[in-house]
Design a binder for this molecule. Structure first.
Ligand SMILES: *[C@@H]1O[C@H](CO)[C@@H](O)[C@H](O)[C@H]1NC(C)=O
Ligand SMILES: *[C@@H]1O[C@H](CO)[C@@H](O)[C@H](O)[C@H]1NC(C)=O
Ligand SMILES: *[C@@H]1O[C@H](CO)[C@@H](O)[C@H](O)[C@H]1NC(C)=O
Ligand SMILES: *[C@@H]1O[C@H](CO)[C@@H](O)[C@H](O)[C@H]1NC(C)=O
Ligand SMILES: *[C@@H]1O[C@H](CO)[C@@H](O)[C@H](O)[C@H]1NC(C)=O
Length: 338
């Protein structure tokens, strides 16, 4: 009788043990499906294989990203072009604007790192349900673009933002909502009115609305200590060396039709290649050109149709990203689930 009881007990323990293991395995399976168990960022990543020289841009690497009032004067003649590639005809406005800033430097916490692991978060629809948020948050530097939201999308895009690249039409009037308190707000000046907009904000001058393709915010509630102006040199190099597109208009051509500028996204990739040791991308890429009803962002309802009239050449940019990927300089993060 006693021994039967012991056998039953042993069996009971064994079965309970097996059930427990199955439950545990199933839970961890569920968690990984939900993206709650994101892989840790590999620390040996910094010994990566690509060298700046192997990218063949024929220009030295620059890790100083922002314009300062101090070096304003020698910048004048480095690239004799108008915005977005040079500062010709914008010198006076630029000088006044830069004088209104209080800081021109990168965050010390980022600057002092011996290895900078960066992720550029594009705004692509592929981020939806990607569960990449906790992976993105692990990078040393997270670069975001334009008015892409984070609040309400943390699971897929994370909530860390080291730098946000924007221009007036893509500025949100309250940057506090989708950034953290020390996020650097980096103005990418595409045209002269973009500098004027910043000057009006900094000096609280009367705003003028023309010169923009969409009304920019008239009130900007961010902290001016976080504002920086990206050196147009990076836009110039993105166009001329990464994309090989014309950067000046041939004066003999009266009507310019195919004059395209790089997107903020490809610009951010070029900047990251300069500044970072590791460059990963998330949420890059567009639907096919004929999929006109396809959503293009992980938020909002812009479709491929809205890209038709754009001044960008996204097929050319896709080619450039592909060759950077092939050379091992960048890596696309893939969705964890779904
Ligand atoms: C980290 O990356 C290195 C080189 O890419 C690789 O050899 C190593 O196995 C990786 N470690 C982990 C834990 O994934
Ligand atoms: C590289 O740039 C230098 C000047 O900066 C120029 O003289 C040279 O022709 C360029 N080389 C190539 C291969 O484009
Ligand atoms: C994302 O997940 C939601 C809920 O599971 C689903 O309704 C939606 O269709 C998914 N979207 C995409 C783009 O996969
Ligand atoms: C991001 O979200 C986590 C979890 O909710 C929170 O602990 C952290 O402070 C947030 N970070 C930022 C920069 O908002
Ligand atoms: C865009 O780039 C492709 C090649 O990558 C080229 O064939 C096409 O003409 C370009 N379009 C414009 C508008 O420049």
């Amino acid at each position: 009788m006693k021994s039967t009881l012991r056998v039953v007990k042993t069996w009971f323990v064994a079965v309970a043990f097996v059930v427990l293991i199955i439950v545990f395995w199933y839970c961890s399976f569920l968690f990984s499906r939900l993206g709650l168990r994101a892989p840790a960022l590999n620390h040996s990543l910094c010994h990566s294989s690509w060298e700046w020289e192997s990218l063949n841009f024929n220009v030295s690497r620059r890790t100083k990203l922002f314009l300062t009032l101090k070096d304003f004067f020698w910048h004048k003649n480095t690239v004799n072009l108008k915005l977005p590639y040079g500062i010709t005809d914008s010198e006076v406005t630029l000088q006044k604007t830069l004088a209104g800033l209080t800081d021109y430097d990168m965050l010390e916490s980022t600057e002092s790192l011996s290895c900078r692991r960066c992720v550029v978060v594009g705004n692509g629809h592929s981020l939806k349900n990607s569960s990449l948020g906790s992976v993105i948050n692990q990078y040393d530097v997270v670069i975001r673009l334009n008015n892409a939201p984070t609040r309400g999308y943390e699971e897929d895009v994370g909530n860390k933002t080291t730098m946000r690249f924007f221009y007036p039409e893509s500025a949100s009037h309250n940057p506090g909502t989708h950034n953290q308190p020390d996020t650097l707000m980096v103005l990418v000046p595409f045209k002269h009115p973009d500098l004027l907009w910043l000057k009006w904000i900094l000096y609280n001058e009367k705003r003028v609305k023309h010169g923009f393709w969409r009304p920019p915010p008239l009130i900007w509630m961010g902290k001016t200590s976080q504002l920086r102006v990206l050196d147009p040199f990076f836009m110039y190099m993105t166009a001329s060396r990464l994309l090989n597109i014309p950067t000046s208009v041939d004066p003999s051509i009266k009507k310019v039709v195919n004059y395209v500028h790089p997107t903020t996204g490809i610009l951010a990739v070029y900047v990251a290649l300069n500044y970072c040791n590791v460059v990963h991308l998330a949420g890059f890429g567009y639907p096919r050109a004929d999929e006109r009803e396809q959503l293009i962002h992980y938020y909002g309802d812009d479709t491929m149709m809205s890209m038709m009239a754009s001044i960008h050449n996204i097929s050319k940019e896709a080619q450039a990203l592909k060759s950077l990927e092939d050379s091992g300089a960048i890596l696309h993060l893939r969705p964890l689930s779904g």
